[in-house]
Write a protein of this length. Structure first.
Length: 86
């Protein structure tokens, strides 16, 4: 019985340690994802970003139109999944 308790304590300590690591990594990730700087950039360069996206799609249509079909199919499946869930 004593070994079970010690294993239990060790596992709890391990869980706490892993949760701390997760928090640490989440804090590091915050500066790379959706920070205020990212939002500000896209607000200021909205038209530029849209033009780049359109140019990419045009280029893709000319070079590899099968890829566009794949993108659209994946998006359709995601939307379908969202509708089923909600």
């Amino acid at each position: 019985m004593d070994t079970l308790e010690t294993k239990n304590i060790k596992l709890k300590e391990k869980i706490i340690q892993l949760e701390d690591k997760i928090k640490e990594y989440e804090e590091k990730m915050k500066k790379y994802t959706n920070s205020e700087a990212h939002k500000k950039y896209y607000q200021e360069h909205k038209e530029e970003v849209k033009k780049k996206g359109l140019n990419y799609l045009k280029k893709l249509k000319e070079e590899n139109h099968e890829k566009i079909k794949e993108y659209r199919k994946n998006e359709y499946l995601k939307e379908k999944k969202k509708k089923i869930i909600s």
